[in-house]
Design a binder for this molecule. Structure first.
Ligand code: AKG
Length: 375
């Protein structure tokens, strides 16, 4: 049975449904009203500013039907209606997890067990079948990475992956970059050296939140890729060393890149970043690009380094890894704010040629949300 009740001072509405009771403030209801004077019915954007709110948003009346709550405001008698489903979806009077380092909605941590079921989409299906694309995008939101098979083995095929959901982020490395052994490389990625698991470009602010690496040739010996869940690693550190975890999210690290003429990129951000509510937001970890930390208090520096070393050991632990060697026509995408990627060194006969580019998660999540809204 759905009921509504006003508080004695008329400032709070309590909505009681079979799923529980939720309180809403008058000012919140007024600001978030859904009527055509408050929000443009076409594009959904708010037409009013905070200055348009009455000084006192006290409620005058409230009535509930099966599917809606109708209210009026005392100051000016304005009446508005809220679908109950909308109120429940936007309820804020709920117990919140504020544990530092809890997972964001939709994310699920993983380790080597995911080697048995690596999330993979087949490009011809992703390009033509909305349900296949929705499933693949949801896997990226959940695990922070996925593979793609069935791409044409031609230069630029990685853009087809980005075209599925958004736009390329161009950087000083270009719209895309060639990942193969180069003479005078501007980045150690462009050598045959092994690369410890890392997030890319932590020296940018904001970092590119997605990276795509696609394979054109991989006949050299070695050169396998590994991916590691940075959120799982951060949570493992929190279990093993809560004080160390706090040091890594309370103090900024520094990152820099100045490997080519005219480029001096630098950032000052924590290795583990949390939202004000304590939700894991991003991990920045890159041995090649870390600069001297200067924001950690003097007496905490040894413990900070010990925590960094512990996090590094967790990241290097094979139990944290999903491993694969890309074949020509395959690619993988990582959420570069969460999942680290690594490469085994390669050499000998044969060639290895990957192409990389960056994109951003807002486009991917928007495309996924639009597909989910239509499902
Ligand atoms: C990068 O380009 O960021 C890499 O880590 C290269 C990875 C690879 O060569 O597989």
């Amino acid at each position: 049975m759905t009921q509504v009740q006003l508080s004695p001072d008329n400032q709070i509405l309590t909505l009681t449904t079979p799923s529980g009771a939720h309180r809403f403030h008058g000012v919140w209801l007024r600001h978030n009203a859904l009527d055509a004077d408050t929000r443009d019915p076409g594009n959904g954007q708010r037409l009013i500013t905070l200055a348009d709110l009455p000084d006192n948003c006290a409620l005058a009346t409230a009535e509930a039907s099966e599917s809606a709550v109708d209210i009026s405001f005392a100051d000016d008698n304005k009446s508005v209606s809220f679908p109950i489903a909308w109120l429940l979806a936007n309820a804020y009077d709920l117990p919140q997890d504020t544990t530092p380092g809890h997972l964001p909605e939709h994310a699920e941590t993983w380790g080597e067990a995911l080697n048995d079921t690596v999330p993979t989409g087949h490009y011809p299906d992703l390009a033509t079948n909305a349900e296949a694309k929705r499933t693949w995008l949801a896997a990226i939101r959940r695990y922070g990475f996925a593979k793609v098979s069935g791409l044409p083995t031609e230069s630029g095929a990685l853009f087809k992956v980005v075209d599925l959901f958004g736009y390329v982020r161009e950087t000083n490395y270009g719209r895309h970059f060639e990942v193969r052994t180069e003479v005078n490389p501007t980045n150690l990625a462009f050598t045959g050296l092994g690369l410890q698991a890392h997030t890319d470009n932590p020296y940018r602010d904001p970092v590119p939140s997605l990276q795509i690496l696609s394979c054109l040739e991989n006949s050299a010996e070695g050169g396998a890729n590994m991916v590691v869940d940075g959120f799982a690693a951060a949570q493992k550190l929190r279990e093993q060393n809560p004080e160390g975890f706090a040091l890594l999210h309370n103090y900024s690290a520094r990152f820099e890149y100045a490997g080519e003429a005219g480029v001096r990129l630098s950032s000052r951000r924590p290795v583990i970043e949390l939202t004000p509510e304590g939700t894991l937001q991003s991990v920045r970890f890159n041995a090649r690009s870390s600069a001297a930390p200067v924001d950690v208090p003097f007496d905490k520096m040894p413990a900070y380094y010990a925590a960094m070393r512990q996090l590094s050991d967790i990241i290097d632990d094979p139990a944290s890894e999903v491993r694969f060697k890309l074949n020509p026509g395959e690619a993988f995408i990582v959420d570069n704010t969460r999942v680290l990627h690594a490469r085994k060194g390669y050499s000998g006969a044969g060639k290895r040629w990957l192409q990389g580019c960056y994109a951003d998660k807002d486009g991917l999540l928007s495309t996924l949300a639009a597909l989910e809204a239509n499902a």
